[in-house]
Design a binder for this molecule. Structure first.
Ligand code: CA
Length: 365
């Protein structure tokens, strides 16, 4: 009962309006249903904060080795030594946050075979059109191009092998906190709110649903091992302001090719000194595409931009995305040079990597 009361209050501080209260009621039911998990220690960042080594953030899990965002990929990344595990979050029709990179289901599941009649006019299958019970019927596989069927990364996990499911945010948090307890090594979480403006346009407020769940699992303040991330500047402001998020918050900054966000965010404009200074009043750090931090000439010479220096001057941490040793940045000569340029050349504070083991090993050298 003591645990239930403490968590109820914590959620109550974050969300006070009627939909939030309904959320609290739902969560209290889940507290009752999931009581064993609540006895496990909550991940805290104190040990990580005291450690000056840059953070290794498992991008969608150990996605270099297992289908992205599956519990198997998360468990393996935990075992490989990731400091943080990433969750991309979208909603189902019944407003359950699930861990999925796209708002579409057809890039990592067999939805087109199982529910062929459920595509929209654009030919795509949206998680938001399926209930959790339906989503759970889908089989997850390695990421592929839905038009050709070809895997995106040819040397990664084979297509259609073994059994994987889409998991809910809560299932994943229970897995991570379970592993934190059973291994004695705590990994944090790094949830991304995906396309919040689009979700709201469809009548679903994803941030308002996700933040109380995070609080329920012990992630609510800057002392907790959690970074909330988002690509949309308007939503980042809203998360910090209207929605009252008091934990760590990261503004993602897209590549130059994707600089104009669908929500209206101008990602080029976010990299100016004035914008970085203003961002520092809202967020704790930035998560830029690697090309915003370092590029390589045709001859393989690195060029480090001034973005990390600007961010550090504003007391922001910098966690670029994404190290893929099977898809290195243009003209980058090796995985070793990629790590050296980011960690030594640019002085970043952490990195998203598909290959947790490679990045952990490089940092131990
Ligand atoms: Ca992400």
């Amino acid at each position: 009962m003591k645990t239930m009361r403490a968590i109820g209050l914590r959620v109550g501080r974050v969300i006070l309006n009627p939909p939030g209260l309904e959320c609290v009621r739902t969560l209290c039911r889940r507290v009752r249903d999931n009581a064993p998990y609540l006895l496990l220690p909550i991940a805290v960042s104190a040990s990580l904060a005291a450690d000056s080594r840059p953070l290794v953030i498992a991008h969608r899990g150990a996605s270099g080795y297992l289908p992205e965002h599956t519990l198997a990929a998360k468990a393996y990344a935990h075992a490989l030594g990731a400091d943080f595990l990433e969750q991309d979050l979208v909603l189902t029709k019944d407003d359950v946050p699930v861990v999925l990179h796209d708002i579409h289901l057809d890039t990592v599941t067999d939805v087109a075979q199982r529910f062929p009649e459920r595509k929209r006019a654009d030919g795509r299958y949206y998680a938001l059109d399926f209930t959790l019970a339906e989503v759970k019927q889908l089989r997850v596989t390695e990421r592929f191009n839905p038009k050709t069927g070809a895997r995106v990364y040819a040397k990664r996990f084979p297509a259609g092998q073994s059994e994987f499911q889409i998991s809910t945010l809560e299932e994943e948090l229970q897995l991570i906190q379970g592993l934190n307890g059973s291994t004695g090594r705590s990994a944090g979480i790094y949830p991304e709110i995906k396309k919040p403006k689009w979700h709201r346009g469809q009548g679903h407020d994803i941030s308002k649903i996700v933040l109380p769940i995070l609080a329920h699992y012990g992630y609510a303040t800057k002392a907790d091992a959690c970074y909330v991330q988002c690509m949309e500047l308007g939503e980042v402001r809203r998360i910090r302001g209207e929605l009252g998020w008091r934990g760590q918050l990261i503004m993602l900054i897209e590549t130059k090719a994707k600089a104009k966000g669908e929500d209206g965010t101008d990602h080029n404009a976010l990299c100016t000194p004035a914008a970085i200074t203003e961002l520092a009043t809202i967020v704790d750090g930035i998560g830029p595409a690697i090309e915003r931090v370092v590029t390589w000439s045709a001859a393989g010479q690195r060029h480090v931009t001034d973005l990390v220096k600007l961010a550090h001057a504003a007391k922001l941490v910098v966690h670029p995305f994404t190290i893929r040793i099977d898809e290195p940045p243009k003209n980058c000569p090796s995985a070793d040079e990629l790590h050296a340029a980011l960690f030594r050349g640019a002085g970043i504070d952490g990195v998203f990597t598909d290959f947790t083991d490679v990045t952990v090993a490089w940092l131990k050298k």
